[in-house]
Write a protein that binds this ligand. Structure first.
Ligand code: CP
Length: 320
């Protein structure tokens, strides 16, 4: 089985079989990261460009590590070091990068839809590494892998996503992914941070944090995305934390085998207390570790697809 599309632009475009293929492929590639010599020749000769217009620690580093562990040539470009600062348009940047024949371009951008625009301008595969408030598909896939690892399955679980849903591309991708995989998703947050379309996406709204977490198998806490806020969405961080911050006392009302997740970066003491973030139920660092495996799987599957396509092109040429 292969991925149907040239790009990974969002979970919305993937079906359940494709999600399972990515998770299984990531699982089968994990061993590379667990041995002394963390390198295999799988992507030798492939060129991957990481084009990041927004800050990132986990996503950019893990895409770079993923490519290098499979012997690809990986080039990192950040907005501040690109000709975007001189006024070059996104499409011109994309076309100029395409002229250098990359195989995959990984894009993070502050504008929703930027990876789609690049995808239309290039032959290379495009992976969305987070676009505005739209989607963050590779984060969602690593979250699914972590849940499957800890709970054994995703189907039938109840997942509570708490916090700034409105500005969260992680929440959107996870609502699509978890519902496709047969989980039930509940969300809670300040009313100003709950977009009305969220229920149409398949999630149900709970008024309080306690109502959302009481029967949850997994609790995903989200950061307040101040960089995307244009006005005050809640009175103070202290009040936000009192109502929607997860601490050890509130966690007592959750299930005894609950799993705590957070995509990072964590604002300790705001949406999650340090004792919960570092506590026994937290799998935050397992999420980060799984990020490398998922990104290896995405690079591998998209490269394989291109390999098949070029073989088909060569066959067609021979037949003509
Ligand atoms: N979760 C996530 O996207 O983290 P970074 O912003 O550090 O990449």
């Amino acid at each position: 089985m292969q991925l149907r599309n040239k790009d990974i632009l969002g979970i919305k475009d993937l079906d359940r079989d494709e999600i399972e293929l990515i998770l299984d492929t990531a699982e089968s590639l994990k061993w590379v990261s667990n041995r002394d010599i963390k390198k295999v020749p799988t992507l030798r000769g492939k060129t991957i460009i990481n084009l990041f217009f927004e800050a990132s620690t986990r996503t950019r580093t893990s895409f770079e590590i993923a490519g290098k562990r499979m012997s690809a040539d990986v080039i990192n470009i950040s907005a501040s070091s690109s000709s975007a600062v001189k006024g070059e348009t996104l499409i011109d940047t994309a076309k100029n990068l395409q002229a250098m024949s990359p195989d995959i371009i990984v894009v993070r951008h502050g504008s929703s839809g930027a990876p789609q625009i690049i995808s239309g301008a290039v032959k290379a595969s495009v992976i969305n590494a987070g676009d505005g408030c739209h989607e963050h598909p590779s984060q969602s896939l690593l979250d699914l892998l972590t849940i499957r690892q800890v709970k054994g399955q995703i189907e039938g679980l109840r997942i509570a996503i708490i916090g700034d849903i409105k500005h969260s591309r992680v929440a959107r991708s996870n609502i699509y992914a978890l519902t496709k995989m047969g989980a039930q998703v509940v969300v809670a947050g300040f009313p100003t941070l709950l977009p009305p379309e969220i229920e149409k996406m398949g999630a149900s709204i709970r008024k309080t944090l306690d109502e959302a977490i009481i029967d949850a198998d997994v609790i995903m806490m989200l950061r307040i995305q101040k960089e995307r806020m244009t006005g005050p969405y809640f009175p103070t961080e202290r009040e936000y934390s009192m109502l929607f911050g997860l601490n050890a006392k509130r966690l007592k009302s959750a299930k005894s085998d609950v799993t705590i997740m957070h995509p990072g970066p964590v604002n300790r003491g705001v949406e999650i207390s340090p004792e919960v973030a570092d506590g026994p139920y937290s799998v935050i660092l397992e999420q980060v570790a799984n990020g490398v495996a998922i990104r290896m799987a995405l690079l591998y599957l998209l490269s394989g697809r291109k390999h098949e396509e070029s073989r088909k092109e060569a066959r067609d040429e021979n037949n003509n």
